[in-house]
Design a protein around this ligand. Structure first.
Ligand SMILES: Cc1cc2nc3c(=O)[nH]c(=O)nc-3n(C[C@H](O)[C@H](O)[C@H](O)COP(=O)(O)OP(=O)(O)OC[C@H]3O[C@@H](n4cnc5c(N)ncnc54)[C@H](O)[C@@H]3O)c2cc1C
Length: 380
């Protein structure tokens, strides 16, 4: 199977075009589930398949990947009846590209594996449906333009939305149907259910620009379930150091808020928040962070800008400043922000902090977010 997939991988662009052309020709009703431009979808699908086939002999990994996919596909409106259509097209694509190497035995093996893929995804989707909706409608109740390119949006989901501090959600704006982007939730869960997102408009960015520059109070967005493994360390004895570049502040602010709000008796765990930006004027959350610090004296706030003329902040590169932290003993470290910062930050920290104490969202996800055509994109 791996050999026949490599035939497909050798002509990945053609293969994915063939797959989707066949899918839509045989099932025209499915076209409306996909975005107008299919380039990103084709690339994501190829990478997802490559990863599944590569992991075929690691059953636990494949089962977990398929479970995540099944759950993530609920927000696209995928139903049980759609799975055979997709996997039939995939089978036809592999058969076509295998040419004379396609045998009855190979066909049987592929059918068995694709049957397992479909069954596992469907089971995960069904199990998820018993726990939560496929999506939520969120109303923007506040749109706070902090800088020309950064806005803090406060959103009210139409139904209870469960998440852990540090997780992200996926979001779709009405202007770009079926285009989903991930945003970290920037607050610990509140009694009123409101969710803050910190969004930076990237040049030419479809969803981020729509959110920052073309949305306002009263507009709605579609949200899908929270994901991600970043979360508050369970051991209350552990201190916390957070390193955040740009809107990477969002998940670590949620984690810091959760610690501040936990209010356990006894020793207060120390939280140090290193927040960095290119320029001091891009440090968009100074006021809120100062309020958080007033509420929790064990919180230390260090703001860093590569160049600064306006604010009283440290000047330098964030990873360099973090390395001057007095001690990482008994400390969990969280790094969040653009892929480059997370990668440079974790590399630098490894000299002083054991790898299992450094936490961040998966680098392949972060890289894929800034370069949608690069490898490494899993579910959506
Ligand atoms: C786990 C996770 C959490 C995230 N959390 C946040 C968050 O809290 N706040 C936030 O603002 N973003 C966050 N992102 C990034 C977000 O998901 C989008 O990738 C980003 O908003 C751009 O989407 P877009 O549709 O506007 O741009 P696209 O239309 O996807 O991209 C348009 C162009 O901009 C380029 N581009 C895309 N992203 C970047 C970038 N970051 N820097 C430079 N160029 C870029 C692309 O290469 C492309 O050429 C997160 C991403 C991940 C994976």
């Amino acid at each position: 199977m791996k050999d026949s997939f490599s035939q497909l991988a050798g002509r990945r662009q053609f293969a994915m075009e063939y797959l989707y052309a066949r899918l839509f020709t045989h099932n025209p009703e499915l076209r409306s589930l996909f975005p107008l431009s299919m380039a990103e979808t084709r690339e994501r699908t190829f990478l997802m398949l490559a990863s599944l086939i590569d992991n075929l002999d690691r059953q636990e990994t494949v089962a977990r990947q398929l479970g995540d996919l099944g759950q993530a596909h609920r927000k696209f409106g995928v139903k049980d009846s759609h799975y055979p259509a997709f996997f039939d097209s995939l089978l036809a694509t592999v058969a076509y590209l295998s040419g004379t190497a396609w045998t009855a035995g190979l066909s049987e093996a592929w059918q068995a594996v694709l049957g397992y893929f479909a069954a596992t995804m469907k089971a995960a989707a069904a199990a998820d449906a018993t726990r939560q909706p496929a999506w939520w409608i969120g109303e923007i109740v506040q749109h706070d333009q902090r800088t020309p390119t950064i806005a803090v949006l406060t959103i009210r989901p139409d139904r209870p939305f469960d998440y852990r501090p540090g997780q992200y959600l996926s979001l779709q704006v009405p202007k770009w149907p079926r285009v989903w982007r991930k945003y970290s939730i920037a607050n610990a869960p509140r009694d009123n259910g409101l969710i803050d997102l910190h969004v930076r408009a990237v040049p030419g960015g479809m969803v981020s620009t729509a959110l920052v520059s073309h949305s306002g109070t009263g507009d709605t967005v579609t949200l899908s379930a929270a994901h991600g493994d970043l979360t508050v360390p369970a051991d209350p004895e552990r201190d916390v150091v957070c390193v955040a570049g740009g809107t990477g502040l969002a998940p670590v602010k949620a984690i810091a808020e959760a610690i501040v709000g936990a209010g356990r008796p006894g020793r207060r765990r120390a939280v140090t928040l290193y927040v960095g930006a290119r320029r001091g004027s891009d440090l968009y959350d100074i006021r809120d962070l100062a309020t958080l610090r007033l509420a929790y004296p064990a919180l230390t706030l260090v703001q860093v800008a590569e160049s600064d003329h306006e604010n009283s902040v440290l000047t330098g590169r964030l990873p360099d400043v973090v390395l001057t932290h007095p001690s990482f003993r008994n400390t969990e470290v969280y790094v969040a922000g653009p892929a480059g910062l997370v990668s440079a930050g974790t590399r630098a920290l490894r000299a002083r902090v054991p790898a299992d104490r450094i936490h961040h969202d998966p680098l392949d996800l972060l890289r894929a977010a800034s370069h949608p055509s690069l490898p490494g994109i899993p579910a959506d």
